[in-house]
Design a protein around this ligand. Structure first.
Ligand SMILES: C[S@@+](CC[C@H](N)C(=O)[O-])C[C@H]1O[C@@H](n2cnc3c(N)ncnc32)[C@H](O)[C@@H]1O
Length: 278
């Protein structure tokens, strides 16, 4: 008997509890053995997916009830989408559609097999780059969990171009901006230390992404999905489309000019950076 989705938010503890009882799902995802015991090797991803899902369930309950249409960018084995689909469909009896895209044909084939095994005909998967993916229907939520380097930017750009109501990304490695931080620039006394330059570049990358999302008319927040002891790549950038018109990329330009760096989002969203609509 499905539960009622009465309020916004499904706490992480509850998600974990629900998943522990989902033996078939956990075994198909390769997270648990025949007796339902979680493998040690799957624990980290399990925690990341549970933590990310907790934030996703904070989105508008109306949207969840209407029937979420979700794009999982750089989906890999699509753990996140399979878990969300399980919770929405099997726990809450809600309609949902999931598209997954990844450059790896092996992983996409694996996702298709898992969807068939689980009887999830509402999930489909495409091989290719996120920036080239054209979804067959409207998409209201764009997600990316640990999309490598600029693949996170592709997910953000895709979400903006599709006019998604929510864009939520948990970035992975960030090399693009770090490589561009060179002297002279006003924060040299900070960035001359290797470790600080590394950490600062990560923060700068997320600040830049947040400014671009704001500029495109999104309200942006940042949170941690899991403690840093699980993974240092634990920041989720959540963006909700607002009714206000696009603010433009002034905030982005201030940061970019200050440090002489350019985000790949400039190339991915020429309309936004040129002043036109994307
Ligand atoms: C670290 S894995 C994360 C996979 C999955 N989201 C997860 O959390 O388990 C990164 C994935 O990004 C994919 N990828 C890299 N660049 C991509 C791009 N431009 N478009 C789509 N997928 C990409 C890789 O094939 C890989 O599966």
């Amino acid at each position: 008997m499905p539960f009622a989705l009465e309020r916004t938010g499904l706490e992480e503890g509850r998600i974990q509890e629900l998943l522990y009882s989902a033996g078939g799902l956990l075994r198909t995802l390769g997270w648990a053995g025949p007796n339902g015991q979680l493998y040690q090797s799957g624990t980290k991803k399990f925690q990341e997916v549970v933590g990310f899902s907790g934030h996703i369930f904070k989105m508008s309950p109306e949207l969840l009830k209407e029937g979420l249409v979700c794009l999982d960018c750089s989906c890999g084995k699509s753990y996140l989408a399979f878990v969300l689909n399980y919770l929405l469909r099997e726990m809450y009896g809600l309609k949902a559609t999931f598209y997954g895209v990844d450059t790896s044909d092996v992983l996409i084939e694996r996702c298709r097999t898992m969807a068939t095994l689980l009887g999830y005909e509402n999930m489909s998967f495409w091989q290719g780059r996120t920036c080239e993916f054209v979804p067959p229907t409207n998409v209201d939520t764009v997600l990316a969990l640990h999309a490598c380097d600029t693949a996170t930017d592709e997910a953000i750009a895709k979400g903006i171009q599709l006019g998604a109501r929510y864009i939520m990304v948990v970035p992975c490695c960030q090399n693009q901006i770090r490589g561009q931080i060179r002297s002279p620039q006003p924060l040299e006394r900070l960035t001359e230390f290797g470790l600080l330059r590394y950490r600062f570049a990560d923060l700068l990358t997320e600040a830049i992404r947040a400014q671009v999302l704001r500029g495109a008319g999104y309200y942006v927040e940042m949170h941690e999905i899991v403690p840093p002891t699980v993974t240092p790549k634990n920041l989720v950038l959540t963006a909700r489309k607002t009714r206000s018109s696009k603010k433009g990329v002034g905030g982005y330009k201030e940061l970019s000019n200050l440090l002489g760096v350019h985000s790949p989002l400039e190339g991915l969203l020429p309309g936004l950076f040129g002043g036109d609509k994307d």
